[in-house]
Design a protein around this ligand. Structure first.
Ligand SMILES: O=C(CO)[C@H](O)[C@H](O)COP(=O)(O)O
Ligand SMILES: [Fe+2]
Length: 223
C-alpha cells in the first residue's frame, strides 16, 4: 500500500449508475472506495446499506471498500457489511454502548476497524483502544452531507492524533473526511493524514483522473 491513499466518497457518485461510476473513479487512480452509511437517526440523512456494498462486489469491484457507519446502534450491521464485502469498517463512538466490544466484533468478522471522531469529539475516547485500531478517521465536517467546507481546526487535531499514533508505535491509518480538495490536501497531509476521503471534489468534476492526478501532485510535495 502506498503512503497516501485517496478514497473517493461515493456519496457524490451517480447512484443510478453506481458500478460504472465506481469503476471509473478507480480507473482514474483512486485507491479505496469510501462508502457512507447514514440512518436518518444518528445523522439527518439516509443513504445505502449492505445490499449496495454486495452489489458493488458482484459488479466486480475488487478495491478495498471503506464503510463509514453513521448509524446508531451499529453492532447489528457489522456482520452484514463484513459478509457484503467491506474491507474497513469505522463507526462513531457515540453510536456504540460498548466501543471495545464493537471494535472486537469488526475484527472477528475479518475487517479492519476504526473509530470516527466528529469535529467536537474529544481525543480521550481513543485512550484505551489504540491497540485495537487499524484506522482513526477525523471528520473535518459535521457528518450527514457531502459538499461542506473543511473545518480548519481539524489540522491541529490531526497533529495531535498523529503524535498519539507515533507514540503507540502501531501502524494506524489517519483518515480525514469532509471538504478535502486539491487546494487543501497538501496542508492536510502535512498535518499527519495519510488517507483522504473526497466526494464532491472528485465526483462533481467531469475528469476524475485530472482531479486525482492534481491531488497526487500536491501529495508528492509532502515529505
Ligand atoms: O462522511 C461524509 C459526510 O458525513 C462524507 O464522506 C464526506 O462529506 C465526503 O464528502 P465531501 O468530500 O463532499 O465533503
Ligand atoms: Fe464519510
Amino acid at each position: 500500500m502506498s503512503k497516501f491513499l485517496i478514497a473517493p466518497s461515493i456519496l457524490s457518485a451517480d447512484f443510478a449508475r453506481l458500478g460504472e461510476d465506481v469503476d471509473a473513479v478507480l480507473a482514474a487512480g483512486a485507491d479505496v472506495v469510501h462508502f457512507d452509511v447514514m440512518d436518518n437517526h444518528y445523522v439527518p440523512n439516509l443513504t445505502i446499506g449492505p445490499m449496495v456494498c454486495q452489489a458493488l462486489r458482484d459488479y466486480g469491484i475488487t478495491a478495498p471498500i471503506d464503510v463509514h457507519l453513521m448509524v446508531k446502534p451499529v453492532d447489528s450491521l457489522i456482520p452484514m457489511f463484513a459478509k457484503a464485502g467491506a474491507s474497513i469498517i469505522t463507526f462513531h463512538p457515540e453510536a456504540s454502548e460498548h466501543i471495545d466490544r464493537t471494535l472486537q466484533l469488526i475484527k472477528e468478522h475479518g475487517c479492519q476497524a476504526g473509530l470516527v471522531l466528529n469535529p467536537a469529539t474529544p481525543l480521550s475516547c481513543l485512550e484505551y483502544v489504540m491497540d485495537k485500531l487499524d484506522v482513526i478517521l477525523l471528520m473535518s465536517v459535521n457528518p450527514g452531507f457531502g459538499g461542506q467546507s473543511f473545518i480548519h481546526q481539524t489540522l491541529d487535531k490531526l497533529k495531535q492524533v498523529k503524535a498519539l499514533i507515533n507514540a503507540s508505535g502501531r501502524n494506524i491509518r489517519l483518515e480525514v473526511d469532509g471538504g478535502v480538495n486539491v487546494a487543501n490536501i497538501k496542508e492536510i497531509a502535512e498535518a499527519g493524514a495519510d488517507m483522504f476521503v473526497a466526494g464532491s471534489a472528485i465526483f462533481n468534476q467531469p475528469d476524475y483522473k485530472a482531479v486525482i492526478d492534481e491531488m497526487r501532485a500536491e501529495l508528492a510535495q509532502v515529505e
